[in-house]
Write a protein that binds this ligand. Structure first.
Ligand code: MN
Length: 278
């Protein structure tokens, strides 16, 4: 089997315990993965959802098993809890089953550039109230429901998975404005702190972009978009989509400018993306 070899890999927003988690695609990805360092960038197990509704699927357990198998094979694993698995933050500094738990991390890429790695919820606007948060969750669930039905139909038509929400989010001006504002806040904080870039997740919108002089790298999610951020042996980052048809959604070379948002728009729908063989 051809293995996906990378120096480091970043995944977040897996939401194990949520029926919408695309565990099967993630499992396929993890089983082909061969990397030196794997970062779990938060919201891996959705403890928040499990508190409301205890639900689990064997494939979600298999994802945990695949992660532990990587640790056994020698992959360094760093787990940075997010807001949906926040209780895990209390264990920061400890190593459990070979997985180091941390509040955030500094990743030194192969080219020596330094990236701050965090889940990203620390960049949520402070004025966002609980009512808005609940409304956001409601909209997210609605989007997931539409995405689920849409892809059930596609499966029936023998068509590959297509993250409808990527298309919808890219089309809705309010959603895009929210995403852009978040990206800018992260980039400014990163620049102020003196890092070359930021690696995060949280907003379920994977992106590789140069903003305010720093590289903004969002690894996306495994609820809708099924994306992972990967770094090759030269410190080059790539956002990979992984389903029946893996595709590259964006890439940034060492020092080269990241693709513009227009490129991401041009890449939708994924069926027309520049498809790369595994
Ligand atoms: Mn989050």
């Amino acid at each position: 089997m051809h293995r996906l070899q990378r120096r480091s890999v970043f995944i977040s927003d897996v939401h194990l315990g949520l029926p919408d988690c695309k565990a099967a695609y993630l499992l396929d990805f993890l089983r082909q993965l061969d990397c030196a360092h794997l970062y779990l960038v938060g919201d891996i197990i959705d403890l928040q959802a499990l508190t409301r509704r205890p639900w689990w699927h064997p494939s979600h357990g298999a994802v945990l098993h695949a992660i532990l198998a990587l640790a056994t094979r020698g992959t360094r694993i760093t787990y940075i809890p997010g807001n949906h698995d926040a209780p895990m933050r209390a264990l920061a500094g400890q190593t459990i089953a070979g997985i180091a738990i941390a509040l955030d991390a500094v990743h030194v890429a192969a080219d020596g550039r330094r990236y701050r790695v965090s889940h990203g919820d620390e960049h949520d606007p402070e004025q966002i109230g609980r009512a808005w948060q609940r409304f956001g969750d409601f909209m997210q669930n609605l989007l997931c429901g539409v995405n689920r039905r849409f892809n059930r139909l596609r499966r029936w038509l023998k068509l590959p998975y297509l993250p409808l929400s990527l298309v919808l989010k890219s089309c809705a001006p309010q959603a895009l404005a929210y995403i852009r504002a978040f990206e800018t806040r992260v980039a400014r904080a990163t620049q102020t702190a003196g890092f070359d870039g930021a690696i995060c997740g949280h907003i379920h919108y994977g992106h590789v972009r140069r903003i305010e002089g720093v590289l903004y790298l969002n690894d996306g999610d495994w609820v809708e978009h099924c994306t992972a951020l990967t770094e090759d042996a030269h410190g080059r980052f790539e956002l990979l989509h992984w389903s029946e048809r893996p595709a590259t959604l964006g890439a940034a070379g060492c020092g080269a400018d990241a693709p513009s948002p227009a490129r991401l728009r041009a890449l939708r729908p994924l069926a027309h993306a520049a498809l790369r063989a595994k």
